[in-house]
Design a protein around this ligand. Structure first.
Ligand code: ADP
Ligand code: MG
Length: 675
């Protein structure tokens, strides 16, 4: 019986690896045809112009053929664009450009019309190029994951498409292979290069029980990995989709321009018609002159430069940031991040790598150290918190076997509760910080508290472990609860944190704060080393949020965090920044910017990219508007002041399209930025 017919494939419709079709690889032609068309236009234009107008060397039919070739090649993408817009009932820049080129031909200035089309196609090509750079970043990400995996189902070994794997499949990863899935190691041992996902350059040792990511490279050992996430939900797929989605999100400047491009186009068309009709009644000039001026007006008033100014800069900025591991989820955050002046850091997992180690195991009231650790680790086994991992790790180091809880509940920023079935009663283990037990209304004796405070003064995160037994058949009443002891963990500061915080001050941040759910002593201990003056400790997730609101009275707030408990604050801040793959999914999804490699030194870089992009966008908008205004005014007023003199159409074309090229080139400057 085949595996399919055995019903082992509940998700028959999963065919996409989570990659949007429009971000799949484009053919060479699709990517470059605009450059080719621009080149054809230019060549035909030069042949026709030199052979015709300049020297008269070519016969008329050849000049006409050259002109037609230039118009067809140069007008192709514009006509397609105008047609697509028109189908949605819109008239846009493409339409204006085609109208202007035809208008130029109408007044016997085909060379200018062709020049216009050439420059228009060229700037379109440059725009595609800028966007292509970003798409390449996405493609290289999606190439990280192999398409097929070796899977063991029953006693068969199969080669299956990664998208067809189901949860629980056992994947065999040979030495040197890339991992195809996110999963848990269940057999073998190896070291894995996770740099593509977490940015850690040193390979990480993987043993049964450890988590592995799709896209990472297996080292010298073979691994058996149980699939825990479908291909479409792997961390890698999420990252790819985040990058792709970022492209579709326009900057505020862009949104403004988009909104105004429709009415503007209509205005230009209306003004052109008026410029043809009005002079006939009020001026005594040859109709040819009237038409010439109207066509010049049509050309110079087209807002090509303005329309391209923002996307060219924003996309280049997003691309260069992505290249160095900073993911902006949209152009909007590009402009916003540059405006923040307050930076709030989470502590655990953000300022520290979140790889704490257990430093103290302090049993109380007749419990043994081993029993305390064993029960704590059993209870924490289902938690994803850094502290939980440290405790489980410690228990494993000591070779303790863990019990399976029957129920588990985590309270973000406070602690956890886990239930164990003891036959006639249920035993619940509570692990958490001071607040957790205050909220649970368990009054600790002064003697117990003193032990905890002593540990906190050493800058450690201290957790109390409490056991409670409930006998179910006596009305569910509580029998008792007792303190089992304390477990303390300590984390170290990320080595790059002090420099990053110094950079933030240098960048003009007026306030750099820490907000943590951990105790004040541990918070100050880390803050001192990091160079942070404002410390807010013992915070609940809601309190982090409230604090972000309060801080926003001092300026736009950027908040950077990694945890579930940071998500509300990340959403509230002007810009939420998440730590990359080391962070939780919730933080990753809520944030507006992601530091892929969880490397804090990329934070000042992100801010610089953001500020520079904002500057360039502003330059571009001001420049392109000035050029349009100048040319329009000249077109209309020149004949008034110098009777009989019209702004030459070629000058209009060069001024107009030249400004478009300058604006695109200015935007592409972003690509040269380095951390
Ligand atoms: P931060 O805000 O610095 O990232 P968290 O808010 O994630 O830190 O955690 C704050 C505190 O909540 C921890 O220091 C710990 O005391 C307690 N805590 C959170 N989760 C757990 C857990 N799974 N087990 C024990 N204690 C926990
Ligand atoms: Mg955290």
């Amino acid at each position: 019986m085949s595996i399919e017919s055995a019903g082992a494939r509940p998700l028959a419709t999963v065919t996409s690896p989570g990659l949007r079709p429009d971000w799949q690889e484009l053919s060479f032609w699709k990517e470059n045809y605009e450059f080719v068309l621009a080149a054809i236009t230019l060549v035909a234009l030069l042949i026709g112009w030199i052979g015709g107008e300049l020297t008269g060397a070519l016969p008329d039919w050849a000049v006409t053929a050259a002109a037609v070739t230039a118009f067809v090649a140069g007008g192709y993408s514009g006509v397609i664009g105008a047609y697509q817009q028109a189908r949605q009932g819109r008239f846009d820049i493409d339409f204006l450009m085609i109208a202007a080129a035809l208008g130029a031909a109408l007044i016997n200035e085909w060379v200018e019309g062709a020049l216009l089309l050439f420059l228009f196609t060229l700037s379109g090509a440059l725009e595609t190029y800028a966007m292509g750079r970003t798409r390449k970043a996405i493609e290289s990400l999606s190439k990280l994951r192999p398409d097929v995996a070796t899977v063991r189902r029953g006693d068969q070994e199969l080669r299956l498409a990664v998208v067809d794997l189901i949860l629980g499949d056992i994947v065999i990863v040979k030495p040197g292979e890339r991992l195809p899935v996110d999963g848990a190691v269940i057999g073998g041992a190896s070291s894995v290069d996770q740099s593509a996902i977490t940015g850690e350059s040193i390979p990480v040792n993987k043993l049964p029980g450890d988590e592995v990511f799709a896209g990472t490279i297996n080292g010298g050992g073979a691994l058996e990995v149980k699939v825990t996430k479908l291909a479409s939900e792997s961390t890698l797929s999420k990252i790819i989709n985040l990058v792709a989605a970022a492209q579709e999100d326009a900057t505020p400047t862009q949104q403004f321009i988009d909104r105004f491009s429709q009415p503007y186009t209509w205005t230009v068309i209306g003004a052109t018609l008026l410029a043809i009709v009005l002079p006939v009644f009020f001026l005594t000039e040859p109709f040819g002159e009237t038409l010439y001026r109207a066509m010049t007006l049509l050309v110079v008033a087209s807002p090509c430069a303005l329309v391209i100014s923002t996307p060219a800069s924003a996309l280049s900025a997003i691309a260069v940031a992505a290249k160095y591991g900073v993911l902006f989820k949209g152009g909007a955050y590009l402009e916003l991040l540059g405006q923040t002046t307050v930076m709030a850091f989470d502590k655990t997992g953000t300022l520290t790598p979140g790889r704490p180690v257990v430093t103290n195991i302090h049993p109380m009231t007749g419990h043994s150290e081993t029993r305390l650790l064993q029960m704590a680790a059993s209870a924490e086994a289902l938690s994803e918190h850094h502290i939980a991992r440290a405790i489980v790790e410690k228990a494993r180091e000591r070779g303790l076997s863990l019990e399976k809880p029957t129920a588990f509940q985590a309270t973000a920023g406070e602690g956890i509760a886990a239930e164990f079935d003891r036959g006639d009663h249920v035993e619940t283990i509570y692990i958490g910080n001071d607040r957790f037990f205050v909220n649970a209304q368990m009054d600790l004796s002064p003697a117990v508290r003193m032990v905890g405070q002593a540990l906190q003064r050493q800058g450690k995160s201290v957790m109390l472990v409490v056991r409670r037994s409930t006998v179910e058949d006596t009305l569910g009443a509580d029998r008792d609860w007792e303190v089992m002891g304390y477990i303390a963990v300590a984390d170290t500061l990320r080595s790059e944190a002090p420099a990053a915080i110094r950079d933030l001050h240098a960048l003009g941040y007026t306030k750099v704060a820490m907000m943590t759910g951990d105790n004040a002593a541990a918070a100050h201990y880390i803050a001192r080393q990091a160079g942070i003056d404002d410390v807010y400790a013992d915070l609940l997730p809601e309190q982090k949020l409230t604090l972000v609101r309060e801080l926003s009275s001092e300026g736009n707030v950027a908040m950077i965090g990694d945890g579930v408990n940071d998500a509300p604050a990340l959403a509230t801040a002007s810009v939420g920044i998440a730590m990359g793959a080391g962070g939780t999914d919730v933080a990753l999804e809520t944030a507006d910017v992601v530091l892929m490699s969880s490397d804090l030194s990329k934070l000042p870089f992100a801010i610089e990219v953001s500020r520079k992009a904002t500057t360039i966008i502003r330059q571009n908008v001001i420049f392109s508007v000035s050029v349009i205004v100048t040319l329009v005014v000249l077109t209309i007023l020149l004949p008034v002041f110098i009777p009989g003199y019209l702004l030459p159409l070629p000058l209009g074309v060069v001024g107009h399209e030249g400004s478009t090229l300058i604006v695109v080139a200015n935007g592409l400057r972003m690509l040269r930025m380095r951390p």
